[in-house]
Write a protein that binds this ligand. Sequence first.
Ligand SMILES: [Zn+2]
Length: 304
Amino acid sequence: MNDALLKFLFDGAPVRGEVVQLREAWQQMIALHDYPPPVARLLGEMTAAAALLSTTIKFNGALVFQIHGDGPVKLLVVECQPDLALRATAKLRAGAHVPDGAGLRELVNAGGHGRCAITLDPRDPQPGQQPYQGVVPLEGASIAQALESYMRRSEQLDTRLWLAADGAGAAGLLLQRLPREGGRIGEDDHGETWQRAVTLASTLDSRELLSIGPDELVRRLYWQERLDAVARLTPRFQCTCSRARIGRMLVSLGREEVDSIVAELGSVTVTCDFCNARHEFDAVDVGQLFSTGSTDMGAQDSLH
Ligand SMILES: [Zn+2]
C-alpha cells in the first residue's frame, strides 16, 4: 500500500479531518536502526502525528516534534518538511532496558519529568527570526493524549488524534474543530458534527488504522456525512542532512575544538542520527571550512 495523507472537511461544520498511512516511508525509516519494538511504536506514532499536524499549519518550514524522556528513552525526534518529507530518530540511554510492551509512561515519563516540544523552524528565516517552540510537560498515557493536551494548552484548539504503529506501518487520524471568524469556535450546529465525528472515530482500533487505506477508512467511518475532499498528499522518507550543513555545524563549534579532534583522530566524522550517513572531514577539509565556511548559526543541523 502506498504512503498517503488525505485531508477532508465536514460540509457545513467547522470540523476538519485528516488520515495518514505510512508504509514504505516508515519501513525505510526504521530499517536504518535497531529500535526495540516499543520504541519503534512510539516513534511511528509520533511520525504519523507530525505529518498530520504539519498539514494543519500554514507555515513554510519544518515542524519538529520532540519528546525529552526521563526513562530508558532519552529523546525522540521527528521532523516534517512542508512537502511531507519525514525523518525520525530515537536515542536510548546507555545500558537502558526496554521491557516488552512498555508504553509511553514507562519509556519516557518514568519519573514524571518527560516533556513534549513542538518547534516550527522557518525555511527562509527573516534576519533575527527565531524558530517558534512550544514545550509542555508530557501528559497522558499515549502520544495521542500527550498531543491533545499540547494542542489545548498551546493552541487552544480542540484536536483529537488516533495513532497506531508497528514494524510494518504507522498511521493516524486527526479531527480538529476549527476556529470561526473572530476566533469563536463554530457554533453553527452546536458542535453536533464534531461530537458525531469523534464518537465514530473512537470505534476504530489500531489494527483497522494500520490496515485500511485512508480513502476506505474515511468512507467506512463517515459514509453518512457530507464531506469535501480537500487534498491528497504523499508523505515520504527523506533526510535533509548534507555535507554543507554539517560543515556549518563544525564551523559553529569553533576552530580550536575541531582542530583538536582532527589532531587526535586524524579527521572529524559526523554520523547523521536520522539516516546514518557518515560525513567525514580531514585536516584539508577543515582548513577549507574555516577559510571559506559560513558562520551562519541559523543553519545548524539538528544533530544532538
Ligand atoms: Zn541524514
